[in-house]
Write a protein that binds this ligand. Structure first.
Ligand SMILES: Nc1nc2c(ncn2[C@@H]2O[C@H](COP(=O)(O)OP(=O)(O)O)[C@@H](O)[C@H]2O)c(=O)[nH]1
Ligand SMILES: [Mg+2]
Length: 353
């Protein structure tokens, strides 16, 4: 929805300075921003292994304009917005949970469940159109008698009914037949609801954010509460002042840290680390990836010419005080290409091209 705090959230996450203004349709072009993933492990690891600097993992954010009723039919720049959402891996759906008479609410009043439904209906309608188009094509092609196409058409009909009932594609029981179609659907994307609450409500949430949490739980989506305004204020402060301010408000982590953690869970992401003299670096990886795949995150040559990797857990390395010492303590082992990387692994890749 317009005016719920998307750009404010985006700004505090990326400090990219997207225009946050008190009227709908400020954001016509998507704003791209890179957010640094906060990770305390990285600093202590860098110290232990003696790297000069740290390079944290990053998440790319796109700040898109609000969807309004009718967007699926092209209303209010609708098609453009939908196209931008399609390109993302996941959706952070910001929901207004703050009251402020100075900030116009496009539908009159604060109503999280109503807002969510309005947006989700547009996304569902857009997906329905995609599925119907595909069904038309497949149904026609299946008339030739191809069994595979017939099965796909039948499955598409089930998916269409599922969406027509108002359920998101991500809740559709995957049978494999529609994997390709599902990849193109917006409501198939992992979704994280972001309840944007008043500064006073960050610690405990409010009745609106409770509503958002409920509906997220029903849908099997993630939810976090944060105050976009507070986040943007904190983002401007030097670190120690930010800590002090947060303590005063009774919150331990910034909303962003929680946001990133929830997004990691939702997307099934983990972090692994690499280091050399110059830098100690955090990388994002899909859970369940092999050592060879992880090496490919660093460089394609490393994936191609992968021989093996020295692997240790970050906490063991920090406890040992150096990589050499961790080796001596047998906390570093040699792993092959099929080793499944774990969150917090430190990896030194050996490769040959
Ligand atoms: N009171 C209050 N106002 C907010 C909060 N977050 C955003 N706003 C205000 O709401 C207006 C719209 O914010 P913006 O981020 O541009 O919303 P967007 O249209 O969703 O991108 C701006 O005037 C913001 O200052 C908040 O947590 N509390
Ligand atoms: Mg905006």
């Amino acid at each position: 929805m317009p005016n719920v705090g998307k750009s404010t959230v985006f700004n505090s996450l990326t400090r990219a300075g997207a225009e946050a203004q008190n009227y709908p349709f400020t954001t016509i072009d998507p704003n791209l921003g890179v957010a640094v993933v906060p990770d305390e492990r990285l600093t202590s690891l860098a110290e232990a292994v003696g790297s000069k600097k740290v390079v944290p993992a990053t998440v790319d954010f796109v700040d898109i304009a609000g969807l309004v009723r009718g967007a699926s039919a092209g209303e209010g720049l609708g098609n453009q917005f939908l196209a931008h959402i399609r390109e993302c891996d996941a959706v952070a759906h910001v929901v207004r949970c703050f009251e402020d008479e100075n900030v116009v609410h496009v539908n009159g009043g604060v109503d999280p469940a109503g807002d969510v439904e309005t947006v989700n209906t547009e996304l569902l309608l857009a997906d329905l159109a995609t599925v119907e188009k595909r069904l038309e094509w497949t149904g026609r092609a299946a008339k030739g008698g191809d069994a595979k196409l017939k099965a796909e058409a039948a499955e598409l009909e089930r998916l269409r009914d599922h969406l027509s009932d108002g359920a998101p594609a991500r809740a559709y029981p995957e049978s494999g037949v529609l994997a390709e179609t599902l990849r193109t659907l917006i409501t198939a994307k992992p979704t994280l609801y972001v309840a944007n609450v008043d500064e006073e409500s960050v610690a405990g949430g409010n009745r609106y954010s409770a509503e958002v949490e409920d509906l997220a739980a029903r849908e099997g989506a993630g939810a976090v509460s944060l105050s976009a305004r507070l986040e943007s204020e904190v983002a401007e402060l030097p670190e120690d002042e930010a800590r002090e301010y947060m303590e005063m408000l009774g919150v331990e982590t910034t909303g962003f840290e929680e946001f990133v953690r929830a997004a990691y869970r939702l997307l099934g992401l983990i972090t692994f680390f690499t280091f050399n003299e110059k830098e100690c670096r955090a990388w994002t990886l899909r859970e369940g990836s092999t050592a060879r795949r992880a090496a490919g995150r660093i460089h394609t040559d490393m994936e191609r010419g992968f021989i093996g990797a020295e692997v240790g857990d970050w906490s063991d390395v920090v406890a040992a005080g150096s990589w050499a010492r961790a080796r001596e303590e047998a906390k570093v082992r040699l792993e092959g290409r099929d080793y499944v990387v774990e969150d917090g692994d430190v990896m030194l890749v050996r490769f040959n091209v």
